[in-house]
Design a protein around this ligand. Structure first.
Ligand code: HEC
Length: 451
């Protein structure tokens, strides 16, 4: 038992691995808010459920939590809260940004609610959290202030109406020479911008070059990206930033809204080993080269399944997975078909919710390492029936479009293409890691895409 727990910690495996064996029962008796529940809410809920956060109500003290006890039990036991929509039954489970509750934490919350949600002794409360203000850069604590900040041009968001798009082009003159990007954060204005910016991105088009550099991509649940150590994106000194901002009116005007993107670079003169393209778009809606969305035609009260395949013409390392569907989207699976024919589901989002755009960021030891010739296959499932709780109208035929009531089907995949030598090195490092682990564990790990 100890051994499982120890490996669980070393690997960063889900707490549930340990919990399954280390008696949940021991702590069930006499559970109190102050001693047992408050620490869980602080760890997994309060970052959103605070007066300035995006959660609808604060959950910071007993008075705030008590009226919601039943709803909290309901949402946590159904794994609706915290928002984390990846299938925990298949695919890689080790993520840097895992927000989910462990089975033991869910069990504790349920047992506490069933016991009448007692407060216990306030002296048992953990010290209050120091929450960063919603106006701060989230990455500042880890990385300090950004090296460069770029801004969109102001836009007046109307109070009521349909989706709006704002696509200003702004000159980029932030650097005196080419630099390597280490991290980027997309920050809507605060507090109103956070409510009206549905999603957006800022793409740099370098002067006199044929490529585009995705500086930052945003959706509720995803606002920053830190590339793995030794990996960076090449950013030219000059160019044009093409902003693509999708606003959704919320009943209050948001005048002169400006979005900022903060950029953190590797120190001057430092060249990271690997160059990444950041998040790349993989279509699941028809053949590349044909019109986008050509395959999306969802009948009223019906379903549709779409598949898109992409052959990797060089080896690649995958850092993150972020499916993008709209209101009828339910599932998107990312599967690898290796050159030897083996298939492996890397990740599956099976509780997709259009209100959230979560990037699932793999732990370093679990990032898929994919050899040349691997086929990445994506499968999307749409549900246009009345069973889909956010379906605005099951009577409609649904086709491709930018509005939330139309559909889309693609994945943003954080990917670094490497050469064969770099790939062989990454593979050797992974094997060495796994050998150490399997010596401890008595069995090899099977979750990492290569074994
Ligand atoms: C990333 C931000 C975030 C985190 C973390 C989060 N919530 Fe939420 N929560 C929200 C938002 C936004 C809503 C309302 C929209 C929705 O339901 O998706 C919500 C809704 C809820 C509701 C339903 C409220 C209602 O009136 O319908 C409950 C209950 C809840 N959260 C509890 C929790 C608990 C308990 C945790 C931690 C275990 C948690 N949430 C973690 C953002 C969050």
């Amino acid at each position: 038992m100890n051994r499982t727990t120890k490996i669980g910690i070393r690997l960063g495996l889900l707490a549930s691995v340990g919990a399954a064996v280390s008696g949940i029962a021991s702590a069930q008796d006499g559970l109190t808010y102050s001693r047992d529940i408050a620490p869980i809410l602080q760890e997994k809920c309060v970052s959103c459920h605070n007066p300035e956060g995006i959660g609808p109500m604060p959950l910071m003290n007993y008075q705030q939590v008590r009226p919601f006890a039943f709803l909290i039990k309901d949402r946590t036991s159904k794994r609706i809260m915290p928002p984390w929509h990846v299938d925990t039954g298949i695919g890689i489970q080790d993520f840097k940004n895992d927000a989910s509750l462990g089975d033991d934490q869910i069990a504790k919350i349920s047992a506490w609610v069933d016991a009448g949600a007692p407060e216990g002794d306030p002296a048992d409360m953990p010290p209050p959290l120091e929450l960063p203000s919603g106006g701060d850069w989230q990455l500042a604590e880890q990385l300090g202030p950004p090296d460069v900040i770029v801004r969109s041009r102001p836009y007046d968001v109307i109070a009521n109406g349909q989706d709006q798009w704002w696509e200003p082009r702004v000159e980029f003159t932030g650097l005196d020479k080419e630099r390597w990007l280490r991290a980027a954060e997309f920050k809507p204005s605060y507090p109103l911008g956070k409510k009206v910016v549905h999603h957006g991105h800022a793409v740099l088009i370098p002067e006199g070059e044929q490529r585009s550099v995705g500086l930052a991509r945003y959706g509720v649940g995803k606002s920053w990206e830190v590339y793995p150590e030794g990996t960076g994106m090449r950013v030219p000194p000059n160019g044009i930033i093409a902003w693509n901002l999708h606003y959704f009116p919320i009943g209050a005007e948001a005048p002169q809204d400006v979005v900022e993107v903060g950029l953190w670079f590797y120190p001057d003169g430092v060249t990271p080993e690997l160059e990444t393209v950041g998040e790349a778009l993989f279509r699941v809606d028809g053949l590349n080269g044909m019109a986008r969305g050509q395959d999306i035609v969802i009948p009223p009260h019906g379903y549709q399944v779409l598949q898109g395949t992409h052959v990797l013409d060089g080896p690649a390392i995958i850092h993150s997975y972020r499916p993008h569907l709209h209101m009828r989207g339910k599932v998107m699976t990312m599967e690898a078909i290796y050159p030897d024919g083996r298939r492996e589901v890397l990740s599956q989002v099976n509780k997709y919710d259009h209100n959230w755009q979560i990037a699932y960021i793999y732990d370093d030891h679990a990032k898929p390492l994919l050899p040349t010739g691997t086929v990445l296959q994506f499968t999307s499932v749409f549900d246009n029936t009345a069973n889909n709780p956010i379906n605005p109208d099951p009577e409609q035929w649904v086709v491709f479009g930018r509005r939330g009531v139309d559909e889309m089907s693609h994945a943003w995949v954080g990917i670094t293409y490497v050469n064969e030598e770099e790939f062989a090195q990454a593979l050797a490092r992974r094997r060495a890691q796994q050998e150490t682990l399997s010596l401890d564990d008595g069995q090899a790990l099977t979750q990492s895409g290569n074994r």
